[in-house]
Design a protein around this ligand. Structure first.
Ligand SMILES: *Cc1c(COP(=O)(O)O)cnc(C)c1O
Length: 395
């Protein structure tokens, strides 16, 4: 049988390649950090990791992980409700609740799982899920697993959201669902206005803070801090795979009864393995570090301000950003690929994105800044952008 399918897959793969959409994976042979070594032996500066606070290779986290490995072992070999819960897991849940000012937290193997398991236990066909059109794939998939009525509003468009809320008034419960920061533009969801509408039209609010927690807001509490509405969201999902050490793991934090119900009914939680002790321990350490001092958040914010100002000064077309994501607009798909390849030659690792990842005619290079970047790293990247920009007639 496989022969027929093989032929089919080979053809499909060729089509992906012909469209220029085939994803090749570059192999890194060093830890994840600002200066990485790739398999060809080239050393490059990394500007495309979600390592926002530079914690992926942080010595304190590594030491804490090693200690946990010695004290609690390697794996859990169980889901949480059978025998997969250690003191370390409860400690991480408490620490996350403290960080966000929420009532309780439930851990998942990833934020993909947190979003995948967020809706089906809570909502039925009587209810409405009102979702931003640019929400992450995992939210879209999670919504698909639930029988609630679906509404989609234009990205961060409060007029459209209000329309959808009006349409959904006859439903039993309504929930507005939004990413905190949208990954391709770096803009944030206007949480103050969303909260206002939620109150006016009696809706719950869920925020996915994957790109915003640790990053946005004066102390990195995310978009609820930025818009002065901490503690108002009913559910916040997030990942340990970005700002908080970058290993693996996700969570939902929020109202007590919601978390209690997820522990009873959320399928990715019930039927998938517990995160390993090393991740629970180092994750707790990461949140505690950020709770104690603001050094990394401050450095990241300074780096973003510096980079954006210099790039604007050089006349690059930069999307307004409220996060550590800086979209350098090139509009043309081919140009975005050429530009990224030239930058790599200059030792700067970034990715060019184009349709269908971003809208047609809106190709760009996405730069992700980090507290791991030193001023000299930023200057090297800016110089390389200017050099390549001139060469390719962009500036
Ligand atoms: C990265 C991301 C996720 C997935 O997180 P994982 O923990 O890697 O599964 C979910 N939602 C958003 C908005 C993200 O950016």
């Amino acid at each position: 049988m496989y022969g027929k399918m093989q032929e089919h897959l080979q053809k499909e793969l060729e089509l992906i390649k012909d469209a220029g959409l085939f994803k090749d994976e570059r192999i890194i042979v060093s830890p994840q950090k600002a200066e990485i070594k790739v398999k060809s032996g080239q050393e490059v500066l990394n500007f495309c990791a979600n390592n926002y606070l530079g914690l992926s290779n942080n010595q304190k986290l590594i030491d804490r992980a090693k200690r946990a490995l010695d004290e609690r072992g390697y794996g859990m070999s169980s889901v949480r409700f059978i025998c997969g819960t250690q003191d370390l897991h409860k400690e991480l849940e408490h620490t996350i609740s403290k960080f966000f000012g929420t009532e309780d937290t439930i851990l998942y193997a990833s934020c993909y799982d947190a979003n995948g398991g967020a809706f089906q236990p809570l909502f039925t066909e009587e209810d409405a899920i009102i979702s931003d059109e640019l929400n992450h794939a995992s939210i879209i998939d999670g919504v698909r697993l639930c029988k609630a009525q679906r509404y989609r509003y234009k990205n961060a468009d409060m007029k459209d959201l209000e329309e959808k809320l009006k349409e959904a008034q006859s439903q039993r419960f309504r929930i507005i669902v939004t990413d905190g920061v949208f990954s391709m533009d770096g803009n944030a969801a206007p949480m103050d206005k969303i909260m206002e509408l939620a109150n006016k039209y009696e809706a719950l609010v869920m925020i996915d803070e994957s790109h915003s927690a640790g990053v946005v807001g004066k102390t990195g509490r995310g978009v609820t801090e930025e818009y002065n509405c901490m503690g108002q969201a009913d559910m916040i999902t997030g990942t340990l795979g970005k700002a908080f050490g970058g290993a693996i793991g996700g969570f939902t934090t929020g109202r007590k009864e919601i978390v209690d119900m997820l522990r009873q009914r959320s399928r990715p939680y019930l039927f998938s393995n517990s995160i390993p002790p090393v991740v629970a321990a180092a994750g707790t350490e990461a949140f505690n570090m950020l709770q104690k001092e603001n050094t990394l958040q401050d450095k990241l914010h300074e780096n973003v301000d510096y980079f954006v100002a210099k790039m604007k000064e050089a006349k690059f077309d930069i999307k307004p950003t409220q996060s550590a994501i800086c979209a350098v607009m090139l509009y043309d798909a081919k140009l975005s690929q050429e530009f990224a390849a030239e930058l790599l030659e200059e030792g700067i690792y970034v990715i060019g994105f184009y349709y269908p990842v971003v809208p047609q005619g809106e190709a760009r290079i996405r730069v992700q800044l980090s507290a791991a970047h030193e001023r000299e790293h930023l200057d090297k990247a800016i110089d390389a952008f200017i050099k390549v920009g001139k060469k390719l007639n962009v500036i």
